[in-house]
Design a protein around this ligand. Sequence first.
Ligand code: PMP
Length: 393
Amino acid sequence: MKVPIYSGLFFYPLSLLSIRITLKKPIYFDYASTTPVHPNVLKAMMPYFTEEFGNAGSSQHYFGWAADEAVESARKKISSYFGLAARQLVFTSGATESNNLAIQGYLQGKEPGHLITSSIEHKAVLQVFQYLERLGWSVTYLNPNSFGCIDIASVENAIQPNTVLVSLMAVNNETGNMTDFQSIAKLCKQNGICYHTDATQAIGKIDLRTCSNLPDLISFSGHKIYGPKGIGALLINTDAAMKSIMFGGGQERILRPGTVAVQQVVALAACFDLMSALVDSIPRINRFKHKILHELMADHIVNSADNQSVPHIISLSIPHLDWEELYRKIPAIAVSNGSACNAKSQLPSHVMKALGHTDALALATIRISLSYLHEESDIDFLIEYLNSQLPHR
Ligand code: PMP
């Protein structure tokens, strides 16, 4: 395949120049950052912007009833996917809010004790723990093993008599590395500890219907599974009392006050109609991943664990290249060097640092994230492009 010539295409990182002029759209390989809204999802949500625009809390008239019915049927559909009851799901604005509500909502009102998380969590978890430390909680931050994964043994060793909650993500957003969340759920249950997992990058990438040991609290977001931005959910698989971290109306059983975003909720439910297709596409994406790793000649270090990562996320660090130079060399592909949430800060990723990389290597990282939307020709282009643009060993 011939690599197109991007004549007149300039890509300057923000730190160099505040203007980026792109004359041709690159090919998107950043699906872990966000996904396009699937046409069926868009179709499902549209009526709730216009003809069915009611407030689900308006219990006196048709418009409210129609909105409420849509919200409750969405709640039932999503919760039943996980084998849970409708009352065990709270709609939020996304995974950031779900993580905050899960951790703070569970701990609110409790005497400060001990908590366990890891150094490779998303900032939406890490920063909550840093806040909790300021409130008097003691926190153990587990470090990844040499494969970049969190070992169950390290969780077991970290448990103290006063450990109240463990929060460990199911799939890391930067490396795709998986945590054995089912074993951790079992371990926590045996020890009477609440287990929260940020499953934002796991949904649609792992078949969660086959999981027998679900964590007590599960967070996720719609825009990673072909839904719109601004909608997510928290699954509450525990009888323990949860408290609101916001004050307002009594929506979402008081746990998430505020008018429910009916069209977003309907869209999130429509994403679950795509789930079988997403799960069915895993073997094909796995084949793409192996093809990339097998045919990539450019000098690189693979940050994604061999047998313990989802195939959708491939993290590569490129030695001996300054990150700005690296990104200037590959304008025809849209990849990121970590979490989009950190991108604007241009600091080395805390995940790459936890893997032991220097600042320079952590920054010179490309995360390729794949989708069922990719064609074989996209993968061929990616391989040929990286091989032609980057230095070889
Ligand atoms: N957790 C993980 C693992 C993520 O990948 C993201 C999105 N990058 C978030 C949380 C935050 O999700 P949202 O932006 O939808 O709040």
